[in-house]
Design a protein. Structure first.
Ligand SMILES: O=C(O)CCC(=O)C(=O)O
Length: 345
């Protein structure tokens, strides 16, 4: 777990390469898991709140995930809440352009499920989290040209771990650039251990999810995380991050981003069930990625359903007023309205 510090994020600022160099890490082509010592990975991650692993996936693995993305969007892996009917004669581009992001693709895709535990993901996660790691969420961003980004936020605002181990593993399926809407992070912003408040926003650059505010960092403290397809970007659940719209002339900025935490920590991701105390609420629709589940007597539970994330095109007001927002149809039976987090990140 990262230690709390009041050092301003700007002290750790700079492009990813120079921050890495300060920790003796070689960032760039050729750095694969095992090249950097586990200690230096841990240290860099604890200090900065993110870690980049270039060339983690082979070209064939990236291609397999792209092909699966298309199959999911075409509806070939089953229905997703929010899917629109296919139109006869439409091309692949029309289908991919329809969705900004699909949540929980691993619920309908064996391929996406398999990549939750990719060897390099598991390797880095056991270095920065610990030996026992579980996954509770996947999100598949397609982000065709013109689609919006996500405003400043911290993932722990939505997915509360008890030991601050929430970690995103962001798998680049296209080169991610400033132009096509790469991730931006505020290095070191995770260290205070504060969850900043969020409000609705009207900024058309971002989708309908809320925006964090009130934190003591400025835009000048943030850095773009430009990576090649096949890279992994790991980031801490308290790290402030955002992304801008895809402003490239054409193409996509596809990313599969999965969320993980220590298997020791309970995950109070929905209200307690009847007769359950808040202190023992523990969301169990999880997939073990590494090590052992310390709670083998607890059952796993199928709860999450895949859903389309609202992109905000046409405005967010209708979506915000929509009573369906409160009902969160992506949880299965047993869920009571108002139980779940307002939205996931
Ligand atoms: O990839 C993006 O544009 C945003 C991803 C993100 O905010 C997240 O995974 O929490």
């Amino acid at each position: 777990m990262a230690t709390v510090s009041t050092a301003p994020a700007s002290q750790a600022n700079g492009p990813p390469d120079s921050a890495a160099a300060a920790h003796g890490l070689e960032m760039g082509n050729g750095l694969i898991a095992g090249t950097a010592s586990p200690e230096s990975v841990r240290e860099f991650y604890a200090e900065n709140g993110y870690y980049i692993l270039p060339d983690a996936l082979t070209a064939a693995e990236v291609e397999a995930l792209r092909a699966e993305t298309t199959a999911i969007c075409k509806g070939e892996r089953g229905d997703v809440d929010g899917f629109e009917p296919n139109v006869p004669g439409e091309g692949e581009d029309d289908v991919l352009r329809r969705y900004l992001c699909i949540h929980f693709p691993h619920k309908i895709s064996e391929v996406m499920l398999g990549y939750l535990g990719h060897r390099h993901i598991a390797e880095v996660l056991t270095q920065v989290i610990g030996p026992n790691v579980k996954c509770m969420q996947s999100m598949l961003f397609i982000k065709a040209t013109g689609k919006p980004g996500q405003a400043w936020h911290q993932d722990e605002y939505f997915i509360p771990t008890r030991d601050r181990t929430l970690t995103g593993a962001w798998i680049a399926l296209d080169d991610a650039t400033v132009e096509n809407g790469c991730l931006w992070v505020i290095p070191g912003s995770h260290k205070r251990g504060i969850i900043w408040p969020q409000h609705d926003h009207d900024d058309p650059r971002f989708d309908c999810a809320g925006e964090a505010y009130g934190f003591p960092y400025g835009d000048e403290d943030s850095i773009p995380v430009e990576v090649k397809a096949g890279a992994l970007v790991f980031f801490n659940g308290y790290l402030l991050h955002r992304s801008f719209p895809n402003r490239a002339q054409s193409g996509y900025r596809r990313v599969l981003v999965n969320h993980y935490m220590s298997a020791e920590s309970y995950l109070p991701w929905r209200s307690p069930k009847e007769d359950e105390h808040m202190a023992t609420a523990d969301y169990r629709d999880v997939v073990m990625i590494a090590g052992e589940d310390p709670y083998p007597w607890k059952a796993y539970e199928e709860m999450a359903l895949p859903k389309v994330r609202p992109s905000g095109e046409g405005g967010c007001e209708n979506w915000r007023r929509n009573p369906k927002r409160e009902k969160l149809p992506f949880f299965k039976d047993g869920f009571r309205p108002g139980d779940a987090p307002e939205d996931d990140d």
